[in-house]
Write a protein that binds this ligand. Structure first.
Ligand SMILES: C[S@@+](CC[C@H](N)C(=O)[O-])C[C@H]1O[C@@H](n2cnc3c(N)ncnc32)[C@H](O)[C@@H]1O
Length: 530
């Protein structure tokens, strides 16, 4: 679409002036219709916008995708028709012709319909895409451009907030991630295998006042061969299917191979210190730990990495989710598609499919560390505001020597609470939990030694005397095992070489065996800071 700059400027101005912003749409629709629209249910929004007021007309035209009387639109309609963004609607006979169940109200004479979906976005900009498929729609065009949704917003929340020089958005679609990257990257390259995606993305950027995006067509990293970036982001076509689904969500790669290859190839395009952040799906295979599968992708890169599984679905839930996404329930092929998809997953012994985030960091460390974990609870947003701290904590816990650790003056992180759970009236708790009230909002069950440590780590005394004192006070005996059982998953080795009896050569109490491993785990998870 070749659209004159003055028309783009006028369109943006009108949309903004008439309140077609996220906030404006939410207010105009009210909580019920807005919530229904977020679930892709349009009837409540159609009912709320029957009055023919300018903002209601804009919502019906661009978001709900129904015909609107030209006279109701505060827009330069003839020019938008000429530019191909609107088409005249040949349905002069009233509401029945609009296909919206009569909810469109009066005034469909001389109506127009939008050829694209145009929605305001949380950055204050606008996104141009194809409209999401609805029941009764014709089949999707093969070059369908997907609009921004929950996954897009999740990735945007994950992306680091620091300014960077060069950023890449791989698989830009309607260009949504670029609206976020433009706020913090001096130079942005956006790629997509679908040329129409780039065409609509350019419109999104122009309407959002984002200039100088370097858009390139091609698969995977081919358009950026030989180039380095400080930040690579991707919401890739991660859906794991036997094939034949829409290309905006499914790649031609077998199973979870596209996400694996993205991870494998990213290091070639990361500048020193750079990050790659993506959404991914991965298989859970019978007899295999999913952590080994995904962790293995990252370990092979030689970079630091962090994987978070946010959700896991069984095969049937997964197939239903994506058949619902493409509105295939109720179609004649539904049962056959469902069956073939399940059969294919079953042939690979798939027991579940994980959804999550992957972050790679080219930290330059010679002893890279990869942390793989499951966090399914709500975390503080945006994660991008503190992802650097998360990576730093994981790296520190892995690399600090025992000697340095015992000399470190640790502090309990801000906002950490201790919860004691036990029988009413019991002298001792059966369980002690440390809980973060911000950030990733992790919880961890700790033994008495770690709990006591958390109580005294205020940054004044080094760890060694604190552990010794705690060992003495708690009467720690090795067979108690509370510390040694702590999760040493941060990759740190347990403290070595201490006298077995818990007494040092000079007669003072020694840190309990396993204490440094437990402390490393608390550092890796952000409960203790250096
Ligand atoms: C799920 S959409 C993501 C769109 C957008 N970045 C977002 O965050 O919502 C995935 C995009 O990747 C593109 N894509 C599919 N296969 C690709 C490939 N091999 N290389 C690059 N992009 C690809 C699709 O055309 C689609 O636009």
């Amino acid at each position: 679409m070749d659209i004159a700059t003055d028309l783009i400027d006028e369109l943006r101005g009108r949309l903004h002036d008439w309140g077609y912003t996220l906030e404006g749409v939410r207010e105009r629709l009210g909580p019920v219709a807005a919530a229904a629209l977020a679930r892709e249910e349009v009837v409540p929004a159609l009912r709320e916008t029957r009055d023919g007021d300018p903002l209601g007309a804009l919502i019906r035209l661009w978001w709900l995708g129904v015909p609107v009387a030209a006279a109701e639109l505060p827009l330069p309609v003839p020019r938008l028709v000429e530019a191909g963004l609107l088409v005249p609607e040949p349905a002069p006979n009233g509401a029945a012709a609009t296909g919206d169940g009569g909810a469109s109200g009066a005034g469909v004479r001389d109506a127009v319909r939008a050829t694209v979906h145009l929605q305001p976005w949380e950055t204050g900009g606008y996104l141009v895409s194809d409209r999401k498929v609805r029941p009764g729609d014709p089949p999707l065009r093969p070059d369908h451009v997907v609009g921004a949704g929950g996954a897009s917003a999740n990735l945007a929340q994950l992306i680091i907030r620091r300014p960077v020089e060069r950023a890449l958005d791989l698989g830009t679609g309607c260009g949504v991630q670029v609206l976020h990257l433009a706020e913090r990257a001096a130079h942005v390259v956006a790629t997509d295998v679908n040329p129409r995606a780039l065409e609509l993305a350019r419109l999104s950027w122009r309407l959002s006042g984002v200039t100088d995006v370097d858009a390139r067509q091609g698969p995977m990293f081919a358009p950026v061969e030989g180039e380095l970036f400080d930040l690579i982001v991707s919401n890739p076509p991660f859906v794991i299917s036997p094939g034949g689904g829409p290309s905006y969500r499914e790649s031609a790669e077998e199973a979870d191979g596209f996400c694996r290859d993205l991870v494998r190839l990213a290091p070639r395009h990361l500048a020193p210190g750079g990050h790659c952040q993506l959404l991914a799906n991965w298989l859970h295979i019978e007899g295999e730990d999913w952590r080994d599968r995904v962790g293995g992708w990252l370990t092979a890169t030689g970079l630091d990495g962090w994987v978070v599984q946010r959700d896991v679905q069984d095969p049937a839930e997964y197939v239903e989710l994506w058949l619902r996404d493409s509105v295939e329930q109720g179609t004649p092929a539904y049962h056959a598609r469902y069956d073939a998809w399940l059969e294919w997953l079953s042939s690979m012994k798939v027991t579940g499919i994980g959804f999550g985030w992957i972050t790679l960091h080219d930290s330059g460390a010679l002893d890279p560390v990869v942390r793989v974990e499951e966090l399914t609870h709500p975390v503080e947003l945006p994660v991008g505001a503190y992802v650097d701290d998360v990576l730093r904590a994981i790296g520190t816990a892995h690399r600090i020597s025992d000697e340095e650790l015992l000399a470190a003056r640790l502090k309990v992180a801000d906002g950490v609470l201790e919860e004691r759970i036990g029988e009413p009236g019991a002298e001792h708790p059966t369980r002690i939990v440390l809980r973060q009230t911000s950030g990733l909002r992790r919880t961890t069950t700790v033994g008495t030694v770690e709990a006591a440590l958390a109580g005294v780590c205020d940054g004044t005394l080094p760890l060694a005397p604190l552990l010794s004192a705690i060992a003495e006070l708690t009467g720690y005996r090795e067979e108690d095992g509370a510390v040694a059982e702590a999760d040493a998953g941060a990759g740190g080795a347990a403290a070595g070489g201490g006298p077995e009896s818990g007494e040092s050569a000079d007669g003072g109490a020694q840190p309990p065996p396993g204490a440094t491993a437990a402390v490393r785990a608390l550092i890796a998870e952000g409960f203790l800071t250096l």
